[in-house]
Design a protein around this ligand. Structure first.
Ligand code: ADP
Ligand code: MG
Length: 613
């Protein structure tokens, strides 16, 4: 197939198989690059539509496209979505039996698939390698490519095998890499480690305008969850917890209150994980309580909230997890329930994780060092009273407006509280303790603790010992964080970070400069009305009927509803009210195959709705 006609055909493929008339931001240059034989790197946020950038070229290129992807759940999901759209695809990973594995390879060799998903550790096995050398591989697409980098939040040594695999091929295919992690180091590592050849680099904006961001500091997290679920009934969402134990607890308590909840973490049997994930995907249990083991590649398009019961260990993870909400572009809420204990839990996880991994001690320490820095940035997010969206965008190297109007900082009502006296006491305590201690110890001194370590250092003899006895620990933490954010204190990047005064602190201590802290009015007093009801659906009654129809179709085929058609597609249907196949084809997300499979049923439903009303 010539280059010219490929370029023209890409729009036809976009419509026919994917049901879209337009590319989203960033997709077209990546598709073009791959089609013209040039390597490509796509850095786009979760939900932006990275898959299409390699799936579409796969259909136009001769031979097979290999997609390297880290998680089994992801592969299964993507392969069923492709199959639904009429695209021949399969996956190869450890969930297959040996005979299934061989059958898949035989089919692939016979040209049965255009797209083959492969787990990285399979690439260099003899059987796979001999298959790969015997057929035409036109494109190797590396999904979640940040896994090659130690700077990324999810380094996987098995990803380093990808390069060896590519080198072992008789002729080098086009190589494309995709990730949602935008930091410069990760980007450089991807290009260097995968030996990409002057790739087309596309970085799209990281902003997801439909996501609402909020940080709450509730006294009781579980109550905050219940309050949220009550205010947002009948919605599907994920509640992320830091540990398996918390997942169990939250899930059990919600179930006992009759919420349709299920759970997911690495400690469950493979069978239970599969079952629970399906219950979630099929909306039998629309609320999923999970550790971060859940969700990479979960492309459930009607997730309308992501709650974090605990603060994650970095902004990358947070944005990725939160980004699983609102993937089809509908408004969605991302709420983080912060508690001071979260910082301590994460510090513990950083210091004690990864010891049995394949990293040498020096590398392991480097990785930990970077994780400490990232944790700090995450903690500041929770304490920031400035625009949360801007904070995230700046973290990823984008500018962002100082006021987004769609986060708890921008929308919340603040009071400015004068904290000059407390600030003076805290700063003076840090100084008298010799600027050698971290937040926890300074809080202990201020509160007048007599713990062993404190006494051993002689800190109980300081004049500032017990000087803020009456102030509770969480508030002291808030005060100290406010001082850090406003540049009166800084935290060192060491393994045991300590507080130091900045020059600015002198003004408060010696010149009486006033200090203020923004405090959000307590959210607990007045629960906000949800502002993300499926807004903008033009015929809600029809929408419900179409959803019901979709449910019946999906159940009959044992598929998740969103794989049949997304909520965005149903919404568009209610807007366009198609009554002919040609009109049906114009609905966003409807391609030729979906028209053939489901067109008649949906058209009938719409026609009878129109007749009745
Ligand atoms: P990512 O991998 O970047 O997180 P996905 O590839 O899973 O995102 O795509 C997210 C959603 O966006 C999917 O539901 C997909 O169908 C939809 N999508 C992708 N491209 C387009 C497009 N050009 N127009 C409309 N929707 C799209
Ligand atoms: Mg993806």
């Amino acid at each position: 197939m010539g280059g010219e006609s490929q370029m023209m055909e890409k729009y036809q493929v976009l419509e026919k198989y994917f049901g879209y008339t337009e590319f989203r931001e960033g997709q077209e240059p990546l598709v073009d690059s791959i089609l013209s034989g040039r390597d490509a790197v796509g850095i786009m946020p979760t939900g932006a539509g990275k898959s299409l950038c390699f799936q579409l070229p796969a259909l136009l290129l001769g031979g097979v496209t290999l997609v390297v992807s880290p998680l089994i759940s992801l592969m299964k999901d993507q392969v069923s979505a492709l199959t639904q759209a009429g695209i021949p695809a399969a996956y190869i990973n450890s969930s297959l039996t040996l005979s299934q594995f061989r059958r898949a390879l035989d089919n692939a060799r016979a040209g049965a698939y255009k797209i083959l998903y492969v787990a990285p550790e399979r690439l260099l096995t003899d059987e796979f390698l001999s298959f790969a050398c015997s057929c035409e591989i036109s494109l190797v697409s590396v999904d979640e490519a940040h896994c090659v980098s130690q700077w990324g939040q999810d380094f996987r040594p098995s990803y380093l095998k990808i390069l060896d695999f590519i080198r072992a091929l008789p002729s080098r295919p086009v190589v494309a890499a995709f990730t949602a992690t935008a930091t410069a180091q990760v980007r450089e590592d991807i290009v260097r480690i995968l030996e990409l050849r002057s790739p087309t680099l596309v970085t799209t904006g990281f902003d997801r305008k439909n996501l609402y961001f909020e940080v709450q500091k509730p006294r009781n997290k579980f109550e905050a969850v219940v309050r949220f679920l009550t205010a947002n009934p009948n919605q599907s969402g994920i509640i992320y917890c830091a540990t398996r134990k918390t997942v169990e607890e939250v899930c059990e308590r919600l179930c006992s209150l009759r919420y349709p909840a299920t759970r997911y973490h690495a400690g469950l049997s493979a069978e239970e994980r599969r079952q629970n994930q399906e219950d979630f995907l099929y909306d039998r249990c629309p609320v999923m309580i999970a550790t971060n083991a859940f969700g990479m590649g979960i492309d459930k398009s009607n997730v309308s909230f992501v709650l974090h019961y605990n603060m994650p260990k970095n902004i990358e993870s947070y944005y990725q997890e939160a980004g699983r909400a609102g993937r089809d572009g509908s408004p969605a809420q991302c709420i983080l329930l912060y508690g001071g204990q979260d910082v301590i839990t994460n510090q513990f996880l950083i210091e004690h994780a990864g010891e049995n991994e394949e990293l040498d001690p020096e590398t392991a320490e480097q990785v930990r060092e970077r994780e400490r820095i990232r944790l700090k940035a995450m903690t500041f997010y929770c304490h920031s009273s400035d625009c949360l969206r801007q904070y995230i965008l700046r973290y990823f190297g984008e500018q962002g407006e100082p006021f987004c109007g769609n986060c708890s900082s921008c929308n919340g009502e603040f009071e400015l509280e004068d904290i000059t006296i407390e600030a003076q006491k805290i700063l003076s305590c840090v100084k008298r303790a010799g600027e050698r201690f971290g937040v926890k110890m300074i809080i202990d001194v201020l509160r007048g603790s007599e713990n062993e370590r404190l006494v051993w250092f002689g800190l109980n003899r300081l004049t500032t010992h017990g000087i803020l006895k009456e102030v509770k620990e969480p508030r002291l933490r808030d005060l100290i964080h406010a001082l850090i954010l406003q540049g009166y204190l800084r935290v060192t990047d060491d393994q045991y970070p300590v507080l130091k005064l900045t020059r600015k602190a002198g003004k408060v201590l010696f010149q009486g400069e006033p200090v203020q802290m923004k405090v959000v009015e307590r959210q607990e007093k007045k629960p906000k009305k949800a502002k993300t009801q499926p807004a903008g659906v033009e015929h809600p009654a029809l929408f419900e009927r179409l959803k019901q129809l979709r449910h019946e179709i999906a159940s009959a085929q044992n598929l998740p509803a969103y794989i049949v058609l997304t909520n965005a597609a149903l919404t568009d249907m209610c807007k366009r009210l198609p009554t002919t196949p040609a009109e049906f084809l114009e609905v966003s997300g409807v391609g030729q195959v979906k028209l053939e499979r489901y067109g008649e049923q949906f058209l009938n439903e719409i026609r009878s709705y129109l007749e009745e009303t």
